[in-house]
Structure formats: structure tokens, C-alpha cells
Design a protein around this ligand. Structure first.
Ligand SMILES: Cc1cc2nc3c(=O)[nH]c(=O)nc-3n(C[C@H](O)[C@H](O)[C@H](O)COP(=O)(O)OP(=O)(O)OC[C@H]3O[C@@H](n4cnc5c(N)ncnc54)[C@H](O)[C@@H]3O)c2cc1C
Length: 435
């Protein structure tokens, strides 16, 4: 039986796993990234909408997104690589976030943006119209499912404005960006194993000691990091740490629809990202002059928790409901007969905030629960996870004295204890993809 040794094993070659590998490799660790799929970014990262936006309701959320934004702006220089398969790139579009009862008319968001010096415009309903093709600005809140009476009918009041952030956009191809990071890791001497499923976590002297693969291969390392996306809970069970965590993770099935732009509109070129919590959908321009429509999980929609290895990959009425909700706002939106888009999984934590932490098994670390909104933060997460690992491995107790991370681009110190596996559920959360 083969036996190999590394300084750190990263389980999962998604965008976050690869960014952690990159930062550890830069610090001189001999890394191995293992993935049960056949390439980098083939898991939930491939389905990501890759929206880079700065609006979050807490200063921590804004700071993290702001920091991440700079990494994406400087992508090739950050990775110091020219991937022969092509480099992913950031496309700026701007983002318009609707004020609504659901988001407290963006009071906390505006406060958090101001505290970080992020520029935005406060738009009146009349000013909003220049950002959307022929919109209907009626309120449709509270949201309904398609079979409920009154679905699609205005409920009286009109939207009372929005916040527009010019610094927002998306990454051209999330899978490609993850391959870019793999190339950078390999340049630093890091290894990858694909089609390699982890089936157990090795332990020795009360610590993590490596992984076992399905074919029986045992690979040794004193540091093992769970970055398995929607499979994170399964890996935690292998390590025996799940029951000791206050915040848990599970896989949530989601649908994203792609529809053509209204006739005569070049949304791919002129479109902005929208977050409309009045109708309960977010959108971004999509290649092929399409509009991509995701859900902001309005209360009326059931959340569908699934087994990440056994779920329905086909569209249900959910994607159609999202299209109809967007058509309330843009009445000229074409409604295709056949739904296009993606069905994928979020790795959902109990309060929709990620867990970036150590665990109760020394040497076993967690970068999980990324709940549909952490693609944008991946490079920053890679950086602070590598520093957190060094902090813990040199004898510091992160549970008692949480690691304080000094951001590289902005002058902000982030308490990594904010993402603890043992935090109380964050009641400030929107309990949706908005975070
Ligand atoms: C539909 C959708 C839309 C999203 N939109 C956005 C957005 O607009 N903006 C944003 O910031 N974020 C968004 N996100 C979230 C973001 O994409 C994720 O947070 C991010 O991609 C997670 O990356 P990851 O590396 O942690 O996980 P993943 O990409 O899921 O990678 C985990 C990897 O672990 C591997 N793995 C699992 N189990 C094992 C095992 N036993 N052995 C070996 N390998 C294993 C899997 O094969 C997989 O490749 C979205 C997510 C989804 C699903």
C-alpha cells in the first residue's frame, strides 16, 4: 500500500481550497490538495454566480468583501502566474440594491459601507429607472409561491429607493479562476490528486495525522483542512468533530435560471447586478446576453436540504418562480418554455455565515459553511486561514485568544473568532444568501 507525507493536506480543490493551498505553499508548506472530482473547481464553485459585491449588513462582512475585491482586481499579479489555459477576469457592472422591509431599508448596510469608506449613491425610485429596462417599481411584498392567490400582483406601495454601488461585478469564469490558482500552487511546488476520494481522517496522539483514500492509500500530514464544500459535514463526521460544534453545516439544493434579455436590450453590456428583496431575487448579466436569476430565499419558499451525493439535478418549479418574480420587476422579460441555468448546492451553516476555524481535533481545520456567498472572499480566506494555521500550530489557543487578522489591502483588523464553530447563531443574519 502506498504511503506519502506532506506538511498539509487540503480536502477539496474548489476556489477556497485552492486559495488556502496557494497561501500555505507561499509560506513554504509542502501541500497536497485532494479532490474526488477530476479537476479544480468542478464542485459547487463551478455553479457559482461569482458575483463580487460589497454590500453586507455588518462591517466585518463589508471589510472581507472589500479586501477580496482588491485581490480579484489584481488577480494575475497576486497569483504571479500566466495560466496557459487562460486567466479569469473581473468584469465591473455596478450593483443596485433595492430598499425594502426585508432589509430594513438598508440602514445597517449603509452604516457598514460608510464605516469602511465604500462609495455608493442613494437613489430615488425615479433615479432607479435609468438602471433597469422599463421597470415596474411596485411593491410585491410579501412574496408568494406561484400557486398562491395574488402571485404577481402589486401589494400597494411602491419601492422607496435603492443603493447603487459602482464597485461591483462578477468573475468571468469561476472554474477557470480555480484552475488559475491550481497553476499558481503547482508553481510553488504544491501537489494535486484528482479522482481521489477521502474516506477517513487519520489520527495519531490525539491529533489529525492525514487522510485515507477510497483505494486504501494513506497520506500523512500533521495538518488537514476540511474545504469540502457541500460535503463538509461528512468530512467532519470522519474526523469526529461534528458533534462538538455549536454551528453545523448541511447541503442546500438551489436553482439559478438564465433567461434572454428583453428585446432590444443588451444586458450583457449595459446590465447591473440587482438585489431585489421585495420580489426575493438577485440578478446579474450573463454571457450570451442573458440575465441570470437567483433566489434570496424569501420565507414562503421551502429550503431543500439534501444528501450531497443524491439529489435531484433537474429544475423544479423553483427556477420558474424566480423567473416570474423577475418578470414582475421587468415586465418585458421573455419567459422561455424550457428553463435553462443550473441546479447546485450551498454548504449551508445554521446562520448563513461561514465557519473559518480550528476544530476540537488538533491539526484539523475548517473552511466550510460558505452558504452561497463566499466565492468573492476566497483569496482573503486563503490568506487568513494560512495565518490561523500557523497561529494555532505554534501553540496559541484560538478559542480563548482568537486570532486577529490584519488585512493586506485595507487598514482593517478582523477578529477571526467572528467565524467560530462555537459562536451563538448570528441573529443579525438575513438567513439568506445575502448573509
Ligand atoms: C449556485 C451558487 C451560486 C453562488 N453564487 C455566488 C456568488 O455570486 N458570489 C459568491 O461570492 N459566492 C457564490 N456562491 C458561493 C461560492 O461559490 C462558494 O462559497 C465557493 O465556491 C465554495 O468553494 P469551496 O472551495 O469551499 O467548495 P467547492 O467548490 O464545493 O469545493 C469542494 C470540493 O471538495 C470536494 N470533495 C468533497 N468531498 C470530498 C471527499 N470526500 N474527498 C475528496 N474531495 C471531496 C468536492 O469534489 C469539491 O470539488 C455560490 C454558490 C452556488 C452553489
Amino acid at each position: 500500500m502506498t504511503e506519502k507525507r506532506y506538511d498539509a493536506i487540503i480536502i477539496g480543490a474548489g476556489i477556497i481550497g485552492n486559495c488556502i493551498s496557494y497561501e500555505l505553499a507561499r509560506k513554504g508548506y509542502k501541500t497536497l490538495t485532494v479532490d474526488k472530482l477530476s479537476g479544480s473547481g468542478f464542485g459547487s464553485t463551478a455553479g457559482s454566480c461569482a458575483v463580487i459585491r460589497l454590500y453586507y449588513s455588518t462591517p466585518e462582512g463589508v471589510a472581507l468583501a472589500r479586501e477580496g475585491y482588491y485581490y480579484w482586481l489584481d488577480w494575475p499579479r497576486y497569483l504571479k502566474v500566466d495560466d496557459p489555459d487562460g486567466m479569469a477576469y473581473y468584469k465591473n457592472t455596478g450593483a443596485m440594491v433595492f430598499k425594502s422591509e426585508v432589509n430594513g431599508n438598508l440602514k445597517n448596510v449603509k452604516k457598514s459601507l460608510k464605516s469602511l469608506g465604500v462609495g455608493y449613491l442613494d437613489l430615488t425610485p425615479e433615479e432607479m429607472k435609468q438602471y433597469l429596462p422599463n421597470p415596474d417599481l411596485s411593491s410585491f411584498y410579501p412574496q408568494k409561491t406561484m400557486d398562491e392567490e395574488g402571485f404577481g400582483e402589486p401589494t400597494g406601495d411602491s419601492i422607496n429607493g435603492a443603493v447603487y454601488l459602482p464597485e461591483s461585478g462578477y468573475i468571468s469564469d469561476p472554474k477557470q479562476s480555480t484552475h488559475n490558482v491550481e497553476t499558481a500552487v503547482r508553481n510553488r511546488g504544491g501537489d494535486f490528486m484528482f479522482n481521489a476520494e477521502v474516506t477517513d481522517i487519520l489520527k495519531k496522539d490525539g491529533r489529525a495525522a492525514g487522510v485515507v483514500l477510497r483505494d486504501g492509500t494513506r497520506i500523512h500530514a500533521p495538518v488537514v483542512i476540511n474545504v469540502a464544500g457541500p460535503h463538509s459535514a461528512i468530512i467532519n463526521r470522519m474526523a469526529g468533530v461534528e458533534e462538538k460544534m455549536k454551528i453545523k453545516t448541511r447541503a442546500l439544493r438551489v436553482e439559478v435560471a438564465h433567461v434572454p434579455s428583453p428585446e432590444g436590450v443588451d444586458w450583457e453590456k449595459d446590465g447591473v447586478i440587482t438585489s431585489d428583496s421585495d420580489t426575493g431575487v438577485y440578478t446579474r448579466p450573463e454571457t450570451g446576453n442573458h440575465i441570470l436569476i437567483g433566489s434570496e430565499e424569501p420565507k414562503c419558499d421551502p429550503l431543500e436540504y439534501v444528501d450531497p451525493d443524491d439529489y435531484n439535478p433537474d429544475f423544479t418549479d423553483q427556477a420558474k418562480t424566480q423567473i416570474m418574480r423577475e418578470a414582475m420587476r421587468i415586465p418585458d422579460l421573455p419567459i422561455p418554455n424550457k428553463t435553462q441555468g443550473i441546479v447546485d448546492l450551498y454548504d449551508l451553516s445554521d446562520d448563513w455565515y461561514p465557519i473559518y476555524d480550528k476544530s476540537d481535533l488538533p491539526g484539523f481545520y475548517l473552511a466550510i459553511g460558505t452558504s452561497g456567498n463566499q466565492y468573492k472572499n476566497a483569496p482573503v480566506v486563503g490568506n487568513f486561514m494560512s495565518e490561523l494555521i500557523q497561529y494555532c500550530e505554534s501553540g496559541n489557543d484560538h478559542d480563548k485568544n482568537p486570532f486577529q487578522y490584519d488585512m493586506k489591502y485595507i487598514n482593517y483588523r478582523l477578529n477571526i473568532g467572528f467565524f467560530s464553530r462555537n459562536r451563538e447563531i448570528n441573529k443579525e443574519s438575513s438567513f439568506s444568501v445575502i448573509g
